[in-house]
Design a protein around this ligand. Sequence first.
Ligand SMILES: [Zn+2]
Ligand SMILES: [Zn+2]
Length: 848
Amino acid sequence: MKTDKETKKEFKIEASRNPDKYYATAVLKREGFMRKQCACGTFFWTVNKDQDHCGDPACSGGFRFIGKTPAKKEMDYITVWKEFSALFKRLGYTPIARYPVVARWRDDTDFVQASIYDFQPFVVSGEVKPPANPLVVPQFCLRFNDIDNVGITGAHYTGFVMIGQHMFVPPEEWDQNRVFSDIHTWLKEGLGLPNSEITFHEDAWAGGGNFGPCMEYFSRGLELGNQVYMLFEQTPQGPKSLKLKVLDMGMGHERNAWFTKGTSTSYESTFPTVMEKLRKITGVKVDNLLMQKFLPVSSFLNIDEVESIEAAWKRVADTVGVDVEELKSKIIPLSALYSVAEHSRSLLFALSDGALPSNVGGGYNLRIILRRALSFIDQYGWDIRLPEVCRWHAEYLEPLFPELMTNLDQVEKILDVEKEKYLATKEKSKAIVARIVQGEVTTEKLISLYDSHGIDPETIRREAGLLGTTVKVPEDFYTQVAALHEKRSQVHATEREEKLDIPSSLPGTEIRYYDDYLKLTDTSEVIWMQGKKVILDSSIIYPTSGGQIHDTGSVGGIAFTDAYKQGAHIIIELEREPGFKTGFKTGETVKVMVDEERRRQLAQHHTATHIVNACAREILGNHINQAGAKKTLEKAHLDVTHYQNISDEELREIEERANAIVSSGIKVESEVLARGDAEGRYGMSIYQGGAVPGKNIRVVSVKGLDVEACGGTHLHNTREVGQIKILKAKKIQDGIVRITFTAGNATLHETGEEEGALRDVADILDCEPSQVPGRVKELFSKWKEAKKAQKKGKEAEESIFSLSSEEEFEGEALSEAARILQTQPEHVAKTVKRFLSELEGMKRKTDG
Ligand SMILES: [Zn+2]
Ligand SMILES: [Zn+2]
């Protein structure tokens, strides 16, 4: 089969051979546009008889709207969406709210990178209805492939709003003339552009096996947007028409505002109030005259496209007519200030939508831009606080995105913690830099230092400079680093690697374990068998999935030891092969039984997991999301996204709140909803367990507390959870903390075991259980003293060898003792014994 790239190349030729078939040429002709071909090969449409280039900046000599915008209406950033959505509402579209930039509903990406991401994969595939049709959306997106261009070219962003115009219809309702005419109306009426200022490009698009024609539109060298028509799919037999035709128009919100102003950089028009404040604080000035000359050619500094950045600066300086060093001295500090503003805005959206900076996955890119901003602030000695910059952004954006105001405290906390980490790294880095500058500092070395120690290259360059060494930092440094971390890390492993050869005609297993966790007997038909493995037509048996382990019980009188999913089937592994006399055959109806105690315990742990997750969010903040979970018989753990360790105090609070939820007896309800309805009603945060497949999804809710898409077995009422006991919390990777806890009988076991263990330690120390922490403290300090005496060869005092503390401790004595000894509670007895016997040994030596 052809790759997307090959398909695109081929289809572009095909489409341009038959423009009337693939483009809205009727509308273009009616409007007086003529079809021409540029020297670069592209076919384009213009009303201007004498226009012979396609309008691409490369063909037309950069941006030509600075200081002379042809737009009749000047719009600020906020107004662009207001006007756009009002116009499209008139044209029959429904404006919808943006989706979170953290793409929790997808497992192939961390962040939304284009407006169409909102509707992939299920709306685009036709399985799920769109929230409205047709629709427009102001979608905030994050992309980290141009980090080093931000601030320099005047137009690059890590975070931007893509205005999406989307329609999802069967072929008979597809009307390309209409959707094209609608976007043309925006250009004419919205921006007030005469046709003579608009150029359309014929192009093709291909992605994910789908493809179609597209039309880009330019004005004065600036690409304003691109309207893509997803019409076909590539199959091994060749192209096929899609059953659902999709309109995917994406337009840069920032570009529209910039274009209608036509002055200075895009950053000045995107966050004017923020830039004003930043300039006031830093005293950095904009040389407007210089900018007017610089901006049209600033795109030549795009590091993705230049061979040598030094040569590019020289070329730009020559065009502008100033000395290259003078140009750099004026542009570079200003671009650093733009970067600080731009990166803060991306962080504001990402953090308030629930992402966290970290050293893995998408969080890594957030840390890159955060540290890039901090190092600019450092480098220039600016008095700028990032949380404050975020607040200014939120205030400016409030008319468009009021939700940004609600999480500011949380964003501030996260940024503060990150800044501390950054400062700690910087402190550490001095020594490391001093060492490494002894040898050659290559780009690989710089990247590895950033990667493993978080030391930014600017710091290395500066420190090395102080030591008299010159270090060259590549201009695309951060882009290179980000590329290393693009791949998404999370994988859901519920299916087994070994695949059984099941006939594709075999109907899927009907799921019956959803209905009622106490439904423990049923009859089902055996529809497939192979050795010890059996598939039933329906199953009350829960297979290992969503972090919950499988049930045990029996099928047709034979115990089963495992149950798991393969596609639409649940495979049950029996203890032994059904024999000739004792057993059953395919086609027979059998009795299925599930062990109650195990089922109840797993349900308790699962419902408790939802409760603990919600309580952690209440207490620690909105950034708390599930990153993983596991429920076994003995205990459960929940991995949550958090930027630092969870303190004992916070853990106690979470436990208290969770148990309050348990005892208030809230109903636990589940329902199967159409995906679109579930998302519309409860939002994208329902995907706590990661993306889930299917047209319909099961939603489990603890009323007023928590709603999640979840396939687990759950209790009927929170009261059935019993007691939740949080055992510990531990950072398992940067940005993720694991909370381990028990519920139901497992808690009774745990508490019983702990009490037993505490009594054992009390016996060893010859004291009351409540005096154990006091004695342990005493033991530890006397052991140290004896050790010291022994080292100096001195005789220790006699009192050192007996314990006498009667200090009482209130609270969990065993945990406290474990804390003092820096060990786990279950190891306290062993550790105490070891100290006692060592102390005893030293006593003998002294005596001898
Ligand atoms: Zn061209
Ligand atoms: Zn769940």
